[in-house]
Design a protein around this ligand. Structure first.
Ligand code: MRU
Length: 348
């Protein structure tokens, strides 16, 4: 698949001592890269959504964990392990909903334990070898994510027809992953193969990922893009403009319930009413078989000012108003036409 952009949203430097991210909070006005060198800065970057999107935060966390261990100067195995666990736990606590964060960090820990097991006893552990193993694991996580996104693109493309209208929510594109995207990956492939897809991008209140990020990256790739406010989706669907809804996912429970950006569940209900297929696209790393149903997924709640003040010139709500700001919702499996992953298309 041809590259969508010149840069990746997360990059572990060649020497493994820095992680560079594109600060997504500044888009679309500024394309500014930030260099992370500490676990604390990385925690803030994930929490504040400078790096965001389920796969991207997993890749960022794994890269930062490797980076922190490359920077840790001691060679004794006990303090090395204490630092590893401290950084891992800190990063894991940054956001609760997207399973990819936990998944990537646990994979790093498995690699750590596996290395220690092969050494047999703590005296023969080489922290340099361990650093190399962790760095390689972080790079593998990203490389595998790129290839999963390419498979999602090919699988998702089979659901699209030339000239089709696609409605998407939040940002599940290049910026939210390693490269290409999940929900937007088939759109990019369709564009490259001459299908001329038309995309309606929900603005996605309150943080405007659709307006700021999806519209930005789709337009850069030359895709026909129309931005709508979230409450316009019903009208656009009723007029026959939408052939498919395609969204990403932050966690898929074992029963097929899907956690994704707040507003996704409402779109699924609308799509069912208008008879439009509702597709959820994501890498297999987003499926959490340890989570039985959507009710077991922790929904992140974010600060009130994101609703009342952020992105406005002045506050747009009375001071002190009660605000409820859940960042995700759960779409019941029954409303999902198919789950499109790197391993194939799964219908109920
Ligand atoms: O809060 P965000 O911006 O990290 O939420 C991201 C989403 O909900 C995306 O739709 C989801 O992570 C899929 S990303 C490929």
């Amino acid at each position: 698949m041809e590259k969508i952009m010149e840069f990746d949203s997360v990059e572990l430097s060649v020497d493994g001592r820095e992680v560079v991210i594109l600060d997504q909070t500044l888009l679309p006005l500024d394309e500014k890269f930030v260099t992370l060198t500490t676990a604390e800065d990385a925690f803030d970057a994930i929490r504040l959504l400078k790096v965001r999107g389920a796969p991207a935060i997993g890749i960022a966390a794994a890269s930062v964990l490797a980076m922190c261990m490359n920077r840790f100067s001691g060679d004794d195995s006990a303090p090395f392990e204490r630092e590893f666990v401290r950084v891992k736990d800190l990063l894991c606590s940054a956001r609760p909903t997207a399973v990819n964060l936990k998944w990537a960090l646990e994979r790093m820990e498995r690699r750590y334990r596996e290395y220690c097991r092969t050494c047999g006893n703590t005296t023969s552990i080489s922290t340099d070898e361990l650093r190399r193993a962790l760095t390689q694991e972080a790079r593998d996580i990203k490389r595998e994510d790129i290839s999963m996104c390419e498979s999602i693109a090919e699988n998702g493309l089979t659901l699209l027809k030339p000239g089709c209208g696609i409605l998407t929510h939040c940002n599940a594109g290049h910026l939210a992953v390693s490269r290409f995207g999940t929900a937007l990956a088939p759109v990019y492939l369709a564009q490259q193969r001459g299908y001329a897809p038309r995309v309606f991008a929900d603005e996605t209140r309150p943080l405007l990922q659709g307006a700021r990020l999806t519209a930005y990256e789709l337009m850069k790739a030359g895709v026909d893009t129309t931005l709508i406010c979230d409450n316009m989706a019903s009208l656009v669907m009723s007029r026959g403009e939408v052939d498919a809804v395609m969204v990403g996912c932050d966690r898929v429970a074992a029963n097929g319930d899907v956690a994704n950006k707040i507003g996704t569940g409402g779109l699924a209900i609308l799509a069912r009413y208008y008879g439009i297929p509702f597709y959820v696209l994501g890498p297999s790393s987003t499926i959490d078989m340890n989570c039985p149903t959507g009710r077991d997924i922790i929904i992140e709640e974010r600060p009130a000012y994101e609703v009342t003040d952020m992105h406005y010139l002045q506050p747009r709500a009375p001071l002190g108003v009660k605000v409820y700001n859940p960042a995700f919702d759960i779409t019941p499996a029954a409303l999902v036409t198919a789950l499109v992953t790197d391993k194939g298309i799964f219908r109920r």
